[in-house]
Design a protein around this ligand. Sequence first.
Ligand SMILES: [Zn+2]
Ligand SMILES: [Zn+2]
Length: 553
Amino acid sequence: MQLEDEALYFVPLGGSEQFGVNLNAYIYDNQILLVDCGIGFADERFPGIDLLLPDPAFLKERKEDIVGLIVTHAHEDHVGAVAYLWERFGCPIYTGEFTAAVLEHKFRDEGLKNVPVKAVDPQARVNIGPFDVQFVSVAHSVPNSFSLIIDTPQGRIVHSGDWNLDPKPVLGAPTDEKTFKDAGAQGVLAYIGDSTNAEVPGRAGSESDVEKGLEKEFKNCTGRIAVTIFSSNIGRVKSIVRAAKKCGRDVGVIGRSLHRMVGVAHSCGYLDDIPDLLNAEDLGFLPDDKVVMIVTGSQGEYRSALAKIARGDHRDVTLNKGDTVIFSSREIPGNERDINAVKNNLTAAGIAVITPRDTENVIHVSGHPCQDEIAEMLGWLRPQIVVPVHGERTQLDAHARFARACQVQNTIIPVNGSLIKLAPGKAETVDHIETGLLAVDMKRIIPADHPSIIARRKLQYTGVIHISIVMDAKGKVVGDLKTNLIGLIDQETAESQIQDRLEDEVFALIDDMTWEERLDDHFVSEELRIGVRRFMVHTLGIKPNTTVHVIRI
Ligand SMILES: [Zn+2]
Ligand SMILES: [Zn+2]
């Protein structure tokens, strides 16, 4: 694909059709600035896979042209894929100090050394190739989040990252209104913005209200309390600790990712003004009504602390009848089933479950802007073009519609891979770049449509049959037939007769072959394969993946 010299393009390579896997590219004069590189969570369409990554295939031939990667904040959908994909970019990384500390752990986990990460202060201006970037502090549900004002010779872009207009964040300053207004006064070509809550009227609310809401909730509880949150939500950790203190309860932290995030937050000085948090073992010595635990697993993740506690297999923590679990989080679309499994286990054990829907009290606020906040931002910036990103098609559509209602002249709804020419001339989608997803398999990264994943998907529905048959040079069967049925029948019951009948069928099929046919290995295995599948369709209505191995002696 030919890119025009001195033209300015925007390409979302991930995150503009789904939540997660954010990867964005700005291209000016054939030089590329990447923004964010996050993971997505795999669902049951990807058996054996937990994590998905954006596929940066487009950048493969252009590695030399990548001038930098900016990570706007430390949420997994923005930072989670960096350690997996950085070697394909090989460029310097620019991010806030908290996110840099989170990244350092991830690089260590992946055995990566000497990755050039430059920690950037709020308000800093950094020249990255032809891009002059200002990092603007925004309120969000993780510390040290930035929007980017990107100046190029073709005009100014504002890349929002994730943000809201919390008037009183618990951690850090409110969104830097003045800087956005100043940027707007000087003229903004394009706003590339967070669409998560574009369908939701009103405002996201304030984290400081959560502290009050949780305090009221805690006062109603008599037993132990567990609160589950996103582990990166350090502001929420503070809210919980303050609310617990007012109720005379001590707070402990359960779960590996929470321990890591709290550790990073401590090292960056974000938790200096709260008392030390306890470990699971310490909590065991406290009376039930003196305990609040913060636990990982708000999305029902099977291996998380909360899911283990709910199943009764957590090593250090048990919850019993009369205890309470509070979901101080939202359900990410797609995770409902896993979350319900956890809730069902808790409820069955007599543990009360409270979600934001079950109470009048504010126990969660979104980190993303609702319509009134988006209207304010667009009022400050007055951009010529709005490109909605970060959401499914429904949210992107709603964002574009809303922007038009706010008098924005040109809105361009992208899909992953849309090559949008922003300037010079009329801004429009001029081409489409092939994009996709990568999957993190046990020890390798493979395309999400890799044959192994497609086969796993099929096998989980169809089961497998292996047959080995030994024949002599004259076409006579020698010894026993070996049949192996996987994922099809229960051998301990009368169903085992199906295997016997299948073996009879194999012999019948061989009897029907002429002696010449029996000497042809390929013919024998193919006839048996088709016949076995036909037999299974008649018997169980399933067409198993079948292999037949003819051994000739
Ligand atoms: Zn975020
Ligand atoms: Zn996000």
